[in-house]
Design a protein around this ligand. Structure first.
Ligand code: ACM
Ligand code: ZN
Length: 483
């Protein structure tokens, strides 16, 4: 066991030798530019523990470090001076495909706070369900929050699945996060991944026909109609209701995986494109995104989108772009043009793929700055995020098994400078902290699962594809990225 079992690894530790008998912290508010908004200095001596910070958030992180330090038994004497590498340290929870209970979310939030994450990206609307209570649009809950069963990969049930978070529950989660210095960024994915919305209000699609809430994963042709003025009216009304629940700065409006088949056939969409003088349906998506962003800005919010939204070439400057799969490196160009991005690279940071495909070492050793970002523009990489999509992740134990330790690895890469990052040191430190996570109701994958040997890796990957994933979906997804 290491002397300092802390995740994320602090950026500076001076070992003073010996152990402290003191368990109470004396806090001192300072004005020390070296610590920044989130940093802290923790001085553990034989008979005293002093915590210095410029802000309450800095104190909070110092306390989290002390919690880890004292959990592992004797408290080593040291000076720890620490602050994060990145401003944005996010984890994403998909509650659309499968929901988590409020208690489960709180367990995740506690674990995330322990790891010094500061952003929960909460994916709340998709083809398989709408999860926010709406008083203005009751069908979103009566119809759009329910599906007939599950058909994800090899798993089939005919048991109706659904539900939504009430406004009171959402407020509870948001304030639980705020107490832990975590901003909640809600996501309503627009204009694609909107089957649940269209099921509730079919006039919002191009074909104006009712379609069932999806029971399987995938990318679907029916998306919101950009040419029908009722779509923006609806979205503005809905956002007006939803932004009230989320006091944070950002709002995610999706924009990923929106096939343009319907828009190419729809008279309303074609006329809208023509009237606006736009060259393509992609640009029509850019226009729609810009309209929604303007609306959000008037409400004091900033928009975030997935990287496909850059395909239009007419995205408003300043919007935060989340890179996940970007073969044309449009997000890199976006950062090089002095616009912020965050990196949640599919091959490294997506935590819903088994360890055979995304071993811990692959996640940990990946550089958070995407290739192609010019060194002087690296500051436009605001941070990183680990998404957990839940098509296959339908129990909380499975969620935790998939997320831990990979969430912790991403937390460390988000906080700790490159020179202090080391995969084997991380594994040792994380393993020492596993009992603490277990005591919080989080059961990580056992260490022998984290980095499967090459033979097991291949067998596991093939097995996973055979049993769980429908190849067509993956291939379509990859092809849509290439175009
Ligand atoms: C995504 O994974 N479709 C953002
Ligand atoms: Zn249309």
């Amino acid at each position: 066991m290491k002397r300092f079992n802390i995740v994320p690894r602090p950026n500076f530790i001076k070992n003073l030798g010996g152990y402290s008998a003191c368990r109470s912290i004396k806090k001192e508010l300072v004005s020390d530019t070296a610590l920044g908004d989130e940093g802290y200095r923790l001085t553990v001596e034989k008979n005293s523990v002093l915590l210095e910070a410029n802000t309450e958030q800095g104190f909070f992180y110092g306390e989290k470090t002390f919690e880890q330090l004292s959990f592992c038994g004797k408290i080593p004497c040291a000076v720890i001076e620490d602050k994060p590498r990145f401003t944005y340290r996010g984890f994403m929870v998909d509650s659309a495909r499968h929901m988590q209970t409020v208690d489960e979310l709180k367990k995740l939030i506690d674990a995330a706070a322990l790891l010094k994450f500061n952003t929960l990206h909460w994916h709340l609307s998709d083809d398989q369900g709408f999860r926010i209570e709406s008083e203005k649009f009751p069908f979103l809950n009566e119809k759009g929050s329910w599906r007939k069963g599950d058909d994800f990969g090899a798993r089939h049930t005919d048991i109706p699945y659904g539900g939504y978070y009430t406004k009171a529950e959402i407020r509870d989660i948001v304030s639980y996060c705020a107490e832990r210095f975590i901003e909640v960024i809600p996501e309503i994915d627009i204009p694609g991944h909107t089957t649940a919305i269209i099921h509730s209000y079919p006039h919002l699609s191009c074909k104006k026909e009712e379609i069932a809430v999806k029971t399987k994963q995938g990318i679907f042709d029916d998306i919101l109609c950009a040419g029908d003025s009722r779509t923006l009216d609806f979205l503005f009304e809905l956002l007006e209701e939803v932004v009230e629940l989320f006091p944070g700065e950002r709002f995610h409006i999706g924009g990923d995986e929106a096939p343009k088949k319907r828009w190419e056939e729809c008279e309303l969409c074609k006329s809208k494109q023509l009237a606006l003088g736009l060259e393509s349906p992609e640009q029509l998506q850019g226009w729609l995104t810009a309209e929604i962003t303007k609306f959000l800005e008037a409400k004091g919010k900033k928009g975030s989108v997935w990287n496909e939204s850059l395909a239009a070439g007419n995205l408003p400057e300043g919007i935060l772009v989340q890179r996940w799969m970007d073969p044309k490196n449009k997000s890199t160009i976006w950062a090089n043009r002095a616009n912020y991005i965050i990196n949640s690279d599919f091959y490294h940071y997506y935590c819903d793929y088994p360890y055979h495909m995304t071993p811990l070492k692959k996640t940990y050793n990946y550089s958070p700055i995407p290739k192609g970002v010019a060194p002087i523009m690296e500051k436009y990489v605001l941070g990183i995020e680990c998404p957990m999509w839940t098509e296959y992740v339908y129990t909380f134990d499975w969620f935790c098994y998939m997320a831990f330790p990979r969430f912790a690895a991403v937390a460390e890469r988000a906080w700790t400078i490159e020179a202090r990052c080391d995969h084997s040191s991380f594994c040792e430190r994380f393993e020492a902290l596993m009992p603490l996570l277990r005591s919080m109701g989080i059961n990580p994958a056992p260490s022998y699962e984290w980095n499967p040997t090459p033979g097991r890796r291949l067998a596991g990957t093939l097995g996973f594809f055979k049993d769980k994933i429908d190849f067509k979906t993956i291939t379509n997804s990859l092809n849509s990225q290439k175009n």
